[in-house]
Design a protein around this ligand. Structure first.
Ligand code: PPS
Length: 313
């Protein structure tokens, strides 16, 4: 296993073992009206999170589950290594294992925020949370937030398969069962369309840069360049190519056992656009089209997702 990924792999392995001894109904709990996995989050950690102190140079990636957060984390980790004059992919290019924290802000024990005060800058933080559930200091500090979004039909398709692979989430007997849960807001980390609508309020802020999974997939070179520019990281042509190559779906899938452990395959399933076409019925398409319009039609994030291109049958 990649030494720098030990914490990540340990947390996922343990959560999966703990989750498999629980009935589906016992795998989630509600905090402030949103469902979270009991094996990863807790009310105590959420309480402690309120007093988390963000720094202005924290590098934050916000994305709903299945939007490609592991992909963009790989890109950002390499960019941070480059900004520190380290070579991505070498032992000297990774953080000290002792200091490592599970990168998702809301996952872990309540003491993690105290430990995070000892991490050197820049700290890399990922979160699936909606903006109103993030600690106030994140917005006050003006830390830069890369907001990753993906078309809702592929999010649903990806989440369905993932839920049935990892016992962290409830499993679903059929796609139809999952679709009902997705549309009736019974999803872990909350309803995706509401997530988009909440983040819309921040989409114009100077320190928030929205990016779509689909644009990154279409032109990864441009995507990585834009991300680097947003965080003020300069890159040579050679470094750019290295970051793009190391974050390709093929490279990440090939490395997944080392970086994500025994469940690596589940994190890197298809890595494409439009897999939803294999699952959605005509009626489900209509329901999603209508709900999308109601929640984010005509908004900045709604337009950025190019629903007509990526979500029309
Ligand atoms: S998680 O579990 O919520 O953190 O999942 P997340 O990483 O956010 O999203 C998983 C989906 O992203 C795809 N993926 C990629 N796509 C393109 N390129 C790269 N490098 C890449 N890495 C991960 C992954 O395969 C999941 O999408 P699906 O559609 O299920 O394949």
């Amino acid at each position: 296993m990649d030494k720098s990924r030990k914490k990540f792999v340990d947390v996922i392995d343990k959560a999966t073992v703990d989750g498999s001894s629980l009935h589906c109904d016992e795998r989630l709990f509600t905090y402030k009206g949103i469902l979270y996995p009991v094996t990863l989050c807790s009310p105590e950690t959420f309480k402690a999170l309120e007093s988390f102190e963000a720094r202005s140079d924290d590098i934050i990636l916000a994305g709903y589950p299945k939007s490609g957060t592991n992909w963009v984390s790989q890109i950002l980790n390499d960019l941070i290594a480059i900004s520190e004059k380290k070579t991505p992919g070498t032992e000297s290019g990774v953080n000290n294992e002792e200091l490592e924290e599970f990168p998702y802000l809301e996952v872990g024990d309540p003491e993690k925020y105290e430990r995070m005060t000892r991490l050197p800058s820049p700290r890399f933080i990922v979160t699936h949370l909606r903006p109103e559930n993030l600690p106030k200091s994140i917005f006050k500090s003006k830390a830069k937030i890369l907001l990753l979004i993906r078309n809702p039909k592929d999010i649903a398709a990806s989440f369905y398969h993932f839920s049935n692979r990892l016992a962290i989430f409830p499993s679903y007997e059929t796609w139809d069962d999952f679709f009902v849960a997705f549309m009736t807001k019974k999803m872990t980390w909350g309803c995706y369309l509401e997530y988009l609508s909440k983040w819309n309020k921040y989409a114009d802020e100077k320190n928030v840069m929205p990016i779509t999974y689909e644009e990154l997939k279409e032109d990864p070179v441009l995507g990585v360049k834009n991300i680097a520019a947003f965080f003020g990281i300069s890159l040579t042509e050679e470094q750019l190519q290295l970051v793009v190559e190391r974050s390709s779906f093929q490279s990440m899938k090939k490395n997944s056992q080392k970086t994500h452990g025994a469940f690596g395959n589940a994190f890197f399933r298809k890595g494409g656009v439009s897999d939803w076409k294999n699952l959605f019925s005509e009626d489900q398409n209509e329901k999603m089209d209508k709900a999308f319009e109601e929640h984010v039609g005509g908004t900045k994030l709604g337009r950025k997702l190019k629903y007509e291109v990526y979500c029309k049958a």
